[in-house]
Design a protein around this ligand. Sequence first.
Ligand code: GLC
Ligand code: CA
Length: 547
Amino acid sequence: MALTLDKDWWRQAVIYQIYPRSFKDSNGDGIGDIKGVTSKISYLQSLHIDAIWLSPFYPSALADGGYDVDDYRDVDPKLGTLAEFDEMLEKLHEVGIHVFVDIVPNHSSNRHRWFQEAINSEPGSAARNRYIFRDGKGADGELPPTNWISHFAPSAWSHESTQGGKHGQWYCHLFAPEQPDFNWDNEEVGEDFLTTLKFWADRGVDGFRIDVAHMLKKDLSNPLKDVPEPVTLDSNIAGNEILFDRDEVHEVYKKWRELFNRYNPPRVAVAEAWGKPESIHRYASPEELGQAFNFDLLLADFQADNYREIVSRNFAAATQYGSSSTWVFSNHDQVRPATRYALPLGSDLIAFKNSNGASSSYDLIRGTNAAIAAQMFALALPGCTYIYQGEELGLPEVLDIAEDQIQDPQYLRNHKIDKGRDGCRVPLPWTTSGTSFGFGSGGAHLPQPDNFGQYSVEAESGVTGSPLEIFRRAIALRKELMCAEELTWHETNNPELLHLSRPNGWHCVTNFGRTNVALPKNLTFIHSSQPLAGGELPGASTVWLQA
Ligand code: GLC
Ligand code: CA
């Protein structure tokens, strides 16, 4: 199947996220790599997906799992070479699969050539002006310049001496100290990212996932302003426009759009931006990136009224801006959905993670059923669906990673408050047994639990009713059923049931409850996330029907 030239191919696509270090290891060093992806193309094809998105594979010291980039225009030697990337891209394109790469524009790594130049240059120099360097407060500048906090540390400021600098200034990092924020008021920074986007687009990359797209522009007027107390990184809080979601950031993406439109088909992008649907969709307008992740379903409990409200609100916001909606339940930053939905509604996820998964009311069967039902619900919606590697296997979060094996700076640097994100980044199981369950011949860089083989591709392939086979069939059917980006809700008289349909008579019914319910009359069965029970839809399941 050749690659489509349809310029709107992405509007209702299924995009599969690969976290390269944990997907497939081709050379036995315990780290997934580019050749590993290439070796699994027939698997990707068997999922009937339209595209993959690769999390960063650029040279990196892995202070933040690769989101600390040393060089935006190269492949990490631990993961492969540019030639291997080109080969992977060509082979994916041959089978009709598009490729998104991850662009991390808010910050580089501290090993990036520009940051090294900055640290070794004078205050006020052009080299320092690519980042955010400031004098400290206090009699001797011993205090950070503002009260800004970081996602991975108490302060968003580190003293330059921690990086070998000798001029007594502080530099800003809204993530780890190894991730200095760029100064997006400096045109050179914007030019360099255009060069990077062009570099990958010229190689044939079809799209880009934009890391923390709402954070690039900050209010850098002198003196810098404190954010209102209590200090939070929540972009919805009034006053936090000093750091997030500023109007000027949209000028950046309008320029990117001009570049994307020079290609045929035009390149596309999806913003990772956090905030209200009404502001998030602005990033997704046709004048800007085209899509933005909608994380509302990911953050919601598995409840009918929640889901309906979220879908309606996001669909309206997307329509207003002319973008397509996106639906997301999972990614490399979030507790896997099978595990989230296994907990009682309203549970404290962080406390659950920190307890290594100790909870008497943890029901993984219900959680797994709900996760698959939720995805089948989303796959029936207008718009684009993202699936994170392992989600198609019903993989749960790995909850018992020992403290000395944790890699995530969210845990290591953030007062150890939250056990972090490693539990969803454990290398994939491909086989039921063997070294690292088929991930590679040399073990796995994060420990896999003993029972991981039961979730493997080998264990689930060809098994009727396995998560993998339910997903495969759902995605294949969805292609045949695809129609205009419209939906109609049908009243059900049951608060635990949602029923919607698409213009071509494709109906989707999801049962969020725990008891079986009768199906709507006069519709033909197409597919369901669990077998029907005496013609009825079991709790935590979704059925597709045809008028
Ligand atoms: C995004 C990424 C996350 C990373 C952060 C900083 O939220 O998804 O993994 O830690 O940005 O780049
Ligand atoms: Ca490897």
